[in-house]
Write a protein that binds this ligand. Structure first.
Ligand SMILES: [Zn+2]
Length: 300
């Protein structure tokens, strides 16, 4: 009797999308609850392979590592038969740690691939929790107001008591809606369209001889007006993990004489090298230009 493992064709199932969460979770327990939810929906047996709690010891940080129960080497018993564990070195791995900015726990899919088949992974099986027509309309209404998926789910359950939708179906429907809105445009093309439609002042630059966008800077005309009235204090900082391209989002905030803040402009940056900052600040200077003219007039 052979183990049978060697004869299996190379299988590869990607569950990256299902386990990708851009939102943050309040606690370790919330992370585990969410993973369990996605796990049930996708019929994947995800296990906690490591859970560390910060205890002041060096090298021990707060984290949870999830793996597939088929991870690790498969054991062949002395008789050559496959052991009950059915491990086949599945590379699936998720890491969850508290975000450095204190916004909560984040989930990183280190590897969403499984090197084995998943049972009954057909769309029809999520049939029980599928959204009705009314419910389908409810999701975009809330999504438009930037309600987090977990709160959309709570709202669905409040409004439709028979609802048994799972969080992954909310995520799925949200991405369907976003794709419908975007049409044939790529995400970046859609961003340009939104920027143009709203009448923003913007610049972008591409990598030499390619269609790859390096930087985008955009500012609302009203912001530019405010900036020219209150040009004294500007606060600038980058925020991360806002997009799948891993581009830092550089934000410029101004302050009025009554100590109220206002958004001046935003930029997606390729990286945080001097050269990238120079390009962005150069554009900021252009929108400040009016002010330059008036101050130099004043000096004279
Ligand atoms: Zn697996």
């Amino acid at each position: 009797m052979t183990s049978g493992m060697e004869n299996l064709p190379q299988i590869c199932v990607d569950t990256t999308d299902a386990f990708t969460a851009t939102e943050r979770f309040g606690t370790r327990e919330e992370v585990i609850r969410w993973i369990k939810e996605v796990r049930i929906n996708n019929k994947v047996t995800v296990i906690i392979s490591r859970s560390d709690t910060e205890m002041g010891k060096r090298g021990r940080s707060n984290k949870i590592i999830f793996g597939c129960d088929k991870g690790g080497k498969h054991k062949i018993s002395d008789s050559g038969t496959q052991s009950a564990s059915k491990k086949c070195g599945c590379p699936f791995k998720i890491r969850s740690t508290p975000a450095k900015d204190g916004s909560g726990w984040k989930i990183d899919v280190k590897c969403g691939l499984h090197n084995h088949g998943l049972p009954d992974r057909l769309e029809g099986h999520s049939f029980i929790g599928r959204l009705t027509t009314d419910e389908k309309q409810h999701v975009p209404d809330l999504a438009k107001r930037h309600v987090a998926p977990r709160n959309i789910l709570l709202s669905l359950q409040d409004n439709y008591p028979e609802n048994v939708t799972r969080i992954t179906q909310v995520y799925k429907h949200k991405s369907v809606i976003q794709k419908e809105i975007r049409g044939p445009r790529s995400e970046i093309q859609h961003l340009f369209k939104l920027i143009e439609d709203a009448g923003y002042v913007y610049w972008s630059r591409k990598k030499d001889d390619s269609e790859v966008v390096r930087e985008i800077f955009w500012a609302h005309p009203d912001s530019v007006k405010l900036l020219n009235i209150f040009p004294i204090v500007l606060v600038m900082d980058s925020t991360y993990k806002t997009n799948k391209y891993r581009q830092p989002l550089f934000e410029i905030v101004g302050m009025t004489s009554t100590e109220l803040t206002f958004a001046v402009g935003f930029a997606y940056m390729e990286s945080e090298q001097t050269e990238n900052f120079c390009w962005v600040l150069e554009k900021l200077r252009v929108v400040c230009e009016e002010r330059h003219v008036s101050t130099s007039d004043f000096d004279r």
